[in-house]
Write a protein that binds this ligand. Structure first.
Ligand code: DLL
Length: 436
């Protein structure tokens, strides 16, 4: 298994004691910059009586408060920037499904580092300059398209920026351009596989060999399905826009956890309820501190993603700690009329109804009184309802089950397979009309 390529041996294989020294130096510089240049942190340090000089060891980080998503939203659009706008060369955002988006700025150096991280990620997945890379992440404010684009160009691959959209076109491009690597969200990859089957395109006739997928939760069953249907090796890639986008962690050929770019990000795992830092190996919420970002340094940013860390050396030769695959988020819940609704519960109800696909969205409208909840549900690609009457009966059946589960009326709308937008991953919760 050993012998896979490594893009940046200096950082990816650095002895851990050296890595920790580097992290401390970068942490001190970051804290300094944040406390001096970001109004939000300046106020926080002042209110809590903390000084940047208090950070003398990596453990001292625990003296700092967490930064949360709402802090970024409250600073919309530029309040978290540590540099004047004239030094910012790119702006992305997390396309918020609830409330205001969170805005992320990059200086030219930030872009350079980001590109380098994605190049590491691609190389760990076996992508080289000989590959033809088809990117079907959305290009736009979402970080997936541009992030992988830059990284793939940096390693010298031939990049096709198809972006998200027309699924049949994706198959044509794959066939005609002899794509070898596909990059996008895992569930959209399954849609592409279904389109290929529909078009009579045999995966054996394609040149595909590798797929890198992320941006949303997926598991080993989905990985197996993708690999079987498209005849590729599928790798998990992770990141979040707030701390820079994809490239934060990635699987190597061992596919035994995702290596975290620890020279750029310091990771802690905390108990999501108490905020207490947990030892390596225990499951909790991942918290990230950026170590090298100029435009938008973030200290102890709570990702909401649940995972665990493994600091044992990996057979691939990288010394970077690995995180487990993300199985769920701490804040994956919607509160409607005081009731907690977890998309996972709805998914289980839907799984029991014949003819229903994997994809759905819960859409809450808070302008009505009381709040009104709709479930938009795709029917399965292979389902063939006999009549309009069948569809209505199925809608009513789901409405009844959801009402039993949640104790409130839910309007169900069945949709054609493929009609929900998955370009940024599975978005399970949508606020139709946010209150603020
Ligand atoms: O999804 C960045 C990205 C783009 C990652 C392309 C990987 C590939 P956001 O839109 O800010 O950024 O969403 C970040 O998506 O906190 C996780 O909850 C979830 N997520 C991202 N990758 C994975 C993954 C991008 N591999 C949020 N597994 C994160 C599970 C993931 N969840």
């Amino acid at each position: 298994m050993a012998g896979g390529l490594i893009w940046d041996e200096t950082y990816e294989c650095m002895p851990r004691t050296e890595l920790q020294q580097l992290q401390l130096e970068r942490l001190q510089a970051t804290v300094n910059r944040a406390a001096r240049n970001v109004a939000f942190y300046e106020k926080e340090f002042e209110d809590l009586g903390i000084y940047p000089e208090d950070i003398q060891t990596l453990e001292d980080l625990q003296r700092l408060p967490f930064t949360e998503k709402h802090d970024l939203r409250d600073s919309y659009p530029y309040g978290m920037f540590a540099v004047p706008l004239r030094e910012v060369v790119r702006i992305h955002q997390s396309v918020g499904t609830t409330g205001r988006p969170t805005v992320v700025g990059y200086t030219a150096n930030d872009l350079r580092h980001w590109t380098d991280l994605v190049a590491r990620n691609l190389t760990a997945g076996g992508v080289t300059k000989d590959d033809v890379v088809q990117i079907f992440f959305g290009y736009g404010v979402f970080t997936g398209g541009f992030g992988f684009h830059q990284g793939a160009e940096a390693i010298g691959a031939s990049v096709i920026p198809v972006s998200h959209g027309d699924t049949h076109r994706q198959v044509e491009v794959m066939r005609d351009y002899r794509t070898t690597v596909m990059i996008g969200t895992p569930y959209y990859a399954l849609r592409i596989a279904a389109a290929a089957a529909e078009m009579g395109v045999d995966p054996h006739s394609l040149s595909l060999r590798i797929g890198l997928f992320g941006g949303e939760v997926w598991d080993e069953t989905v990985r197996q399905e993708i690999e079987d249907e498209l005849l590729i090796d599928a790798y998990d890639v992770y990141g979040l826009s707030e701390i820079g986008g994809p490239g934060v962690s990635y699987e190597c050929e061992a596919r035994a956890g995702l290596h975290i770019a620890e020279d750029q990000y310091l990771v802690e795992v905390i108990d999501p309820d108490s905020g207490e830092v947990l030892p390596p190996g225990e499951e909790g919420e991942l918290v990230f501190t950026t170590l090298n970002r100029e435009a938008m340094p973030l200290l102890r940013y709570r990702s909401g993603d649940i995972g665990r860390l493994n600091i044992e050396p990996c057979q691939c030769g990288r010394t970077l700690a690995r995180m487990s695959r993300i199985t769920h988020h701490a804040d994956d819940r919607l509160v409607v009329r005081g009731v907690n609704i977890f998309p996972e519960q709805v998914k289980q109800v839907l799984a029991e109804i014949p003819g229903i696909g994997d994809q759905f969205q819960l859409v809450v409208d808070r302008t009505s009184a009381p709040d009104h909840l709709e479930a938009h549900v795709e029917v399965a690609a292979d389902s063939t309802p006999d009549s309009m009457g069948d569809l209505i009966t199925t809608e009513q059946q789901i409405e009844k089950r959801l009402q039993d589960l949640l104790g409130m009326a839910v309007t169900v709308k069945l949709l054609q397979p493929g009609s929900l937008d998955l370009s940024q991953g599975q978005t399970r919760i949508v606020e139709a009309s946010p209150k603020h």
